[in-house]
Design a protein around this ligand. Structure first.
Ligand code: NAP
Length: 251
């Protein structure tokens, strides 16, 4: 089979496209000739390469629905949605002291907004009886990390939300999968990356003995966006340097 990983001319929406991982995914897809619509709170400019940027708060469903409508009007298909927008609000105190405000905000952006975005895009994917939705979860969807209960809960919830949508949408030719990054060097993780001790601890937790880069997420995204994954749905792909599979963390 030739051109298994082809994403040429696919219409892709990436949320959080101005962040570390979202930017790399958008660029990676556009360099492989996909037409990418990058959504974020702040956007660099209107167009860069094959990436068209739109300012949008994904927790406001009306804004995102309007963008989907415009994209579909223009291209007559929407093929891929990557839900990558996310926030992390650790409090560095015990969970009992975690604020309700941060709990609600994190659940709203990481979980509820992903739900809204899937709801908005699916009617357009159904029109062509095909589509691939990729939700960016985390190793936090599997493991208990400290001082950030809403983040852990939001990613665990998103992991299962994907399976729920995979079940309901499979009949319409729409696949829904998760990509769960390990520690990737971006703005979100800059504090632990800058701290020598924390940086090293995280490195050692992987089997590859290094942090991930945003570019490490491009290949798995292209796999799930392309027809090479046409029989893959409801799955979790962890891009974590072996973090989750690691049985022994050495000193
Ligand atoms: P990042 O650099 O902070 O990027 C996140 C982007 O999402 C930012 O551009 C942010 O905008 C945007 N965003 C936040 N709220 C939004 C909203 N309501 N509407 C639209 N855009 C919004 O972080 P990242 O590391 O690339 O994270 C990307 C995704 O990967 C997140 O879902 C994160 O949870 C997940 N992840 C990251 C890691 C890691 O180690 N970095 C590990 C596991 C999972 P502002 O900057 O303006 O707020």
């Amino acid at each position: 089979m030739k051109n298994l990983f082809l994403v040429k001319d696919k219409i892709v929406i990436v949320t959080g496209a101005n962040g570390g991982i979202g930017r790399a995914i958008s660029r990676g897809l556009s360099e492989n000739d996909a037409i990418v619509y990058g959504i974020d709170l702040k956007t660099p400019n209107t167009k860069s390469g094959n990436v068209f940027y739109h300012k949008c708060d994904v927790s406001k469903p009306k804004q995102f629905t309007k963008i989907c409508e415009t994209i579909f009007k223009k291209h007559k298909h929407i093929d891929v949605l990557v839900n990558c927008a996310g926030i992390s609000l650790p409090n560095h105190k015990s969970n009992q002291q975690y604020s309700q405000k941060n709990w609600l905000k994190t659940i709203e952006v990481n979980l509820t907004a992903s739900f809204y975005c899937m709801q908005a895009v699916i009617p357009y994917m159904m029109k062509n009886n095909q589509g691939s939705i990729i939700n960016i979860t985390s190793i936090n969807a599997e493991l208990g990390f400290p001082e950030n209960p809403s983040y852990v809960a939001s990613k665990g919830g998103l992991k299962m939300l994907s399976k729920s949508f995979a079940k309901d949408c499979g009949i319409h030719g729409i696949r829904v999968n998760n990509i769960g990054p390990g520690y990737i060097k971006t703005d979100m993780t800059k504090n632990s990356f800058k701290n020598k001790k924390l940086k090293k601890t995280r490195e050692k937790h992987t089997m590859l003995n290094r942090w991930g880069t945003p570019e490490d997420l491009i290949g798995p995204t292209i796999f799930l966006a392309s027809d090479s994954s046409r029989y893959v749905t409801g799955q979790d792909i962890y891009v974590d340097g072996g973090w989750l599979a690691n049985g022994l963390v050495s000193d």
